[in-house]
Ligand binder design. Structure first.
Ligand code: PMP
Length: 359
């Protein structure tokens, strides 16, 4: 029996993709080997790789003037690679500190260049994103870094700040779940282990002109330009995540691409928020309603005892991963792309019935 996996990442992946991978696992395409035993220089792997690159560009609707890169190391490595590559002497990186991940991006950038906070949501407990007029971009700023969805706080950036500098985004936790305003960005990155694939790498989109001006005094792996020049095959790439991501992207494409994911996410999130909003404050969302995440639904119960009981009973009926992040407590239902609507409906029913017997 499959669990209802509400984990924040790694998380559920499409069952049809897992089964397809299982069926071809020990003999991939008649090679007599699994895909992870192939040479990364073999024609069989190269075609998997190129197809995944092509589908990533197609599903994301990335224009030709962006490079698509697969880089081992997850989003955390990107916190450092962004300032390393983009900040030259005299240039600064601005950061929107919208929660745990925006804060980490800002902190991790500071050893690699001059960075500052252009807005910090601490005073409101990181329960909302900034309005455009609250974001202060200072002179000599090379980019403004945003986190489009704060996985722990459960808030999402609905409207991009109206600033004159290019944006850089961490899209880890809502990757490809809505259309991207490409003309605003110089660089976009995200770990794949939520909407797209098993953990093991980040997908990076980099504007070609931004790479032309990037720093070159870095080891090859740390240079975006090196990954671009080598089709992300300059070294042994994370073959299994790339292979599986190709299958997930094919499925996303068949279901209407980013727009399909966007409307499905709105419907799934809407169902859970409606249970919360109709509960006479038995369940509470700490988040500013207009900025509520469509990926990570954060909620509280009347007290911590009720939360502990809720989580225990939920686990007993195969709901997995509903505990809030250890830094904030409470409950969080992550409803990434592959989580079926039926799981969300089951959770909505469970929440209503739990309230009925405990309120
Ligand atoms: N940014 C966001 C928004 C995240 O949710 C996460 C992981 N949960 C990270 C960055 C860090 O990613 P990784 O673990 O892939 O380094």
């Amino acid at each position: 029996m499959r669990a209802h996996n509400f984990g924040a990442g790694p998380c559920t992946l499409p069952l049809e993709v897992l089964e397809e991978a299982q069926a071809e696992f020990v003999d991939f395409g008649g090679t007599g080997m699994s895909v992870i035993e192939l040479s990364h220089r073999s024609p069989e792997y190269e075609s998997v790789h190129d197809e995944a690159l092509r589908l990533t560009r197609e599903v994301a609707e990335a224009p030709d003037d962006f490079e698509v890169l697969f880089i081992q190391g997850g989003a955390t490595l990107q916190f450092a690679m962004v300032p390393m590559n983009l900040l030259k002497t005299g240039q600064r990186g601005a950061y929107i500190v919208s929660g745990s991940w925006g804060k980490r991006a800002h902190e991790d950038a500071s050893p690699h260049g001059a960075v500052y906070s252009a807005w910090d949501g601490r005073a409101d407990g990181y329960t909302r994103m900034p309005a455009s007029n609250e974001v202060v971009v200072e002179p000599d700023t090379r980019y403004l870094h945003v986190t489009t969805n704060e996985t722990i706080g459960g808030i999402r950036l609905v409207e991009l700040p109206d600033v004159q500098v290019p944006l850089v985004a961490d899209m880890s936790s809502d990757y490809l779940a809505r259309p991207i305003e490409w003309d605003r960005y110089d660089l976009i990155y995200g770990g794949v282990q939520k909407n797209l694939a098993p953990a093991g790498m980040a997908v990076v989109f980099a504007r070609k002109s931004a790479l032309t001006g990037a720093r070159t005094d870095l080891g090859s792996f740390l240079r975006y330009g090196w990954h671009a020049d080598n089709r992300s095959l300059g070294h042994t790439p994370p073959m299994f995540p790339i292979y599986l991501m190709g299958k997930v992207l094919k499925l996303i494409k068949s279901k209407g691409g980013v727009r399909g994911l966007e409307s499905e996410a709105a419907a799934k999130a809407g169902l859970l928020y409606s249970v919360i909003d109709r509960s006479n404050a038995y369940y509470r969302s700490p988040v500013e309603p207009a900025h509520r995440s469509h990926m990570n639904i954060v909620f509280r119960l009347p007290d911590e005892d009720a939360e502990a009981r809720f989580l225990k009973e939920a686990e007993a009926v195969h709901f997995v991963g509903l505990k809030g992040h250890r830094s904030v407590g409470g409950c969080r239902a992550s409803i990434y792309a592959a989580l079926p609507m039926s799981s969300v409906e089951r959770l909505a029913e469970f929440m209503t019935s739990f309230q009925g017997t405990n309120a």
